[in-house]
Design a protein around this ligand. Structure first.
Ligand SMILES: NC(=O)c1ccc[n+]([C@@H]2O[C@H](COP(=O)([O-])OP(=O)(O)OC[C@H]3O[C@@H](n4cnc5c(N)ncnc54)[C@H](O)[C@@H]3O)[C@@H](O)[C@H]2O)c1
Ligand SMILES: [Zn+2]
Ligand SMILES: [Zn+2]
Length: 338
């Protein structure tokens, strides 16, 4: 099969023939119908992820058709249309049994722990725990965005940030994660402020329900305080500077949700965290069992992940698109059709 192969960190990957994955016990193999390009793929390509072993095939935000079913992967058949959370949990550990598959210590992530979906085929381990059946009405391109960024934002806003109607929510960074967060927070009845350096991302944010948009600059904190100070802030980029701005802007007892990766770490103003009783909350993906609530909101027309997709590219165009993330992000979500 054809796949995007990283031979060396930070060096343009190539598209070449590699062996197809096989469906091991409990696993399935999917024919990849669509797969999203996420900044986490860029982090992996840059060498920020210690799980990756070279040579490597990235890709973790995927939807496809089951092509092979391994022994014991019960309930699934060749031809089923599915997606999976990028965190493929084991289903048997203490965290999984408590419903917290997103922090399963035995988790396997396609495109990080093993070869991912920038390819014609990809394996999904622990299939009975992780596969999510797609509604007939949802196309693969839309479904691909659910596997990482849309679902991650749903959990970050709804389950972790516990955003309530009428609350003020500030989303820093309006790429795939941030735009999803804007749409989801607005659908839950929040008053959303979107912050980005890219005016095109801000105008997309406005169409997805942001009431206020702020060009990222030193005066972001003042602007947010003028609005009363957010109840909830979300770092949807991964930036020490954003973390500082968010913690300065939050109203007392506010909640900050960290979704963007911070490979170099961050200095937290712990005195402010204590004195203002702020919460600094990590959020990681979303387990398969939490998908039905999100899919219902899509089916009833309250959420529109399809509206975030601005570009569909081929596997051959993917290496250049991945490398271009070093120079910024094109507005909206890019999906690859292998
Ligand atoms: N925690 C998780 O489970 C999880 C899941 C998915 C992605 N991520 C991480 O989330 C982050 C966002 O991913 P993405 O694919 O949406 O990224 P992206 O590159 O698509 O979006 C980032 C956005 O931030 C904007 N930006 C740049 N500098 C800024 C600044 N100073 N202030 C405000 N905005 C600025 C960019 O213009 C862009 O619109 C990445 O770090 C990714 O690795 C984490
Ligand atoms: Zn587990
Ligand atoms: Zn991702």
């Amino acid at each position: 099969m054809r796949a995007v192969v990283i031979e060396e960190y930070g060096v343009l990957p190539e598209v070449r023939e590699v062996p197809e994955p096989v469906a091991g016990a409990g696993s399935v193999v999917l024919k990849v119908e669509a797969t999203g390009l996420c900044r986490s793929d860029w982090h992996g390509w840059m060498g920020h992820d210690s799980d990756i072993v070279l040579p490597h095939v990235p890709g973790h935000e995927l939807a496809g058709t089951i092509a092979a079913v391994g022994a014991g992967a019960s309930g699934w058949e060749v031809g089923d249309r599915v997606t999976t959370p990028f965190i493929c949990a084991c289903g048997e550990c203490e965290q999984c049994l408590e419903g917290n598959q997103q922090v399963c210590p035995n988790q396997l992530q396609p495109g990080f722990n093993y070869w991912g979906s920038f390819a014609e085929y990809v394996a999904v381990p622990y299939a009975s725990v992780n596969l999510v059946r797609l509604p007939d009405t949802m196309d693969f391109t839309t479904a691909a965005s659910l596997g990482c960024r849309f679902a991650t934002s749903f959990r970050a806003i709804h389950q972790v940030g516990r955003v309530r109607p009428g609350e003020q929510v500030a989303i820093f960074g309006c790429g795939g994660v941030g735009l999803s967060a804007v749409m989801i927070a607005a659908a839950l009845g929040a008053e959303v402020t979107a912050i980005d350096t890219n005016p095109a991302a801000l105008s997309l944010a406005r169409t997805q329900g942001a009431t206020h948009t702020v060009q990222a600059s030193d005066s972001v904190v003042d602007r947010l305080r003028e609005l009363g100070g957010p109840h909830v802030t979300v770092d949807a980029l991964g930036s020490g500077e954003i973390v500082q701005q968010a913690l300065q802007a939050l109203r007392p007892r506010g909640r900050h949700v960290q979704v963007g990766l911070l490979p170099a770490g961050v200095n937290l103003d712990v005195g402010r965290l204590i004195g203002q009783e702020l919460s600094w909350l990590g959020s990681h993906g979303m387990p398969a069992h939490a998908y039905p609530e999100m899919l219902d909101l899509v089916a009833t027309g309250n959420l529109h992940p399809d509206r975030l997709i601005t570009r569909t590219i081929t596997l051959e165009e993917t290496p250049a698109a991945l490398a271009a993330l070093s120079n910024g992000t094109p507005a909206g979500v890019t999906v690859i059709a292998p």
